[in-house]
Design a binder for this molecule. Structure first.
Ligand SMILES: NC(=O)c1ccc[n+]([C@@H]2O[C@H](COP(=O)([O-])OP(=O)(O)OC[C@H]3O[C@@H](n4cnc5c(N)ncnc54)[C@H](OP(=O)(O)O)[C@@H]3O)[C@@H](O)[C@H]2O)c1
Length: 331
């Protein structure tokens, strides 16, 4: 009987769904062990059901979903019991500065402590641009959490994605839908800020390789990324305006791309962030974030590795490009 390795995906959302699928589908098992994946978030059942129904994942490999609220540590210890690998994905895009602090900093710390108590390896998701000194709550709490994660678990692995694309993504799907309704597509400040979109399948592939290696390689191996930050950008860099053009090409729609000044975005954000989240929601923090590029560091700081470099240690398959994948799922 092969040993069982339990992988807990904390954050049953867009990335969590693809990562759970990749880890379960990776060559049958992790090393010589069977793998069992558990998806957990406040309401993980929907993702669990779609993995069973759409992806046909067996309920032997996919454990029953376990609800957790990462702001409540009491929910974490039982959910993470016997885990060998914990993938910490919970993040939020909207909320008050206190919400960001509670979820993205304190909540991430709670997950890291619970993973440590369980004796599990932690793979934590941050974001490109994470900066403890930023005044944007999303960016600041991602930066502070990185510091806390390494203080709690020096051998954790941190992954910082740029904009992630793939079926069910929020960005390309949302602007494709907006292009149906609006007579133009808006960009702020000329749409010159740069992005390095990365395919969700490539990130999931990396997590699956990293999970395979936990406890199986020595710490001097080039495949050991313990204590490192992996900056996950795709193979191309595009301005925000170019991304809008790609969406229009892929959907076959002709719309002007109109640049609005940043101050108008701030006014729009001030109004829209008070309303329930909807297709048009943009927050002031998101507009402010658009002033900075969202691409991997060049040169790479010590202790940081690019996704391309990290993946090349496991396979020669190239990263997927936006123009190859996005037209397959937006309409
Ligand atoms: N997608 C991107 O382009 C992108 C880019 C850079 C970085 N990232 C980072 O990558 C991570 C995953 O992103 P994603 O796009 O997969 O996000 P997502 O789809 O929003 O998934 C995150 C999940 O976290 C769960 N959650 C929220 N608050 C929670 C709480 N208090 N306790 C437990 N679960 C909670 C939510 O599920 P429930 O409602 O069921 O709780 C949600 O589905 C995030 O940390 C994000 O910041 C993403």
């Amino acid at each position: 009987m092969p040993a069982i390795r339990k992988v807990v995906v904390c954050g049953a959302g867009f990335l969590g769904r693809h990562i759970a699928k990749a880890v379960i589908s990776s060559p049958k098992s992790i090393g010589d062990s069977d793998v069992q994946v558990q998806v957990s978030s406040r309401r993980p059942r929907k993702v669990w059901e779609s993995l069973v129904a759409e992806e046909k994942l067996s309920t032997h490999s996919l454990l029953p979903p376990v609800p957790i609220d990462i702001t409540d540590p009491a929910t974490l210890d039982p959910a993470l019991q016997h885990a060998e690998i914990v993938i910490s994905l919970v993040g939020i895009m909207h909320g008050s500065p206190q919400d960001f602090e509670n979820v993205q900093l304190k909540g991430a710390e709670n997950v890291a402590r619970a993973a440590k108590t369980a004796g599990a390896k932690l793979i934590h998701f941050s974001a490109i641009g994470a900066d403890p000194s930023s005044n944007i709550p999303y960016v600041r709490t991602k930066g502070l959490a990185e510091q806390s994660i390494f203080a709690i678990s020096p051998d954790a692995i941190i992954i910082r994605p740029s904009l992630v694309f793939g079926p069910e993504d929020d960005f390309f799907n949302r602007f494709a839908r907006l292009s149906k309704i609006l007579p133009f597509l808006p960009v702020f400040g000329g749409g010159t800020s740069l992005f390095q979109p990365v395919y969700v399948g490539d990130i999931a592939r990396l997590v699956s390789h990293l999970s395979c290696n936990v406890g199986r390689i020595n710490t001097t191996s080039s495949c050991d990324f313990s204590g490192k930050v992996i900056e996950a950008g795709g193979p191309g860099v595009f301005s925000y305006k170019q991304l809008m053009q790609i969406i229009l090409e892929a959907t076959g729609r002709r719309r002007p791309i109109i640049s609005l000044p940043f101050f108008m975005g701030m006014i729009q954000g001030a109004v829209l962030e008070k309303l329930p989240v909807n297709l048009f929601t943009v927050t002031r923090a998101q507009v402010a974030q658009l002033k900075d590029d969202n691409i991997v560091s060049c040169p790479m700081p010590p202790n940081h590795v690019s996704l391309e470099d990290a993946l090349s240690r496991f396979s020669s398959a190239p990263l997927h490009a936006v123009r190859e994948i996005v037209p397959t799922y937006i309409h």
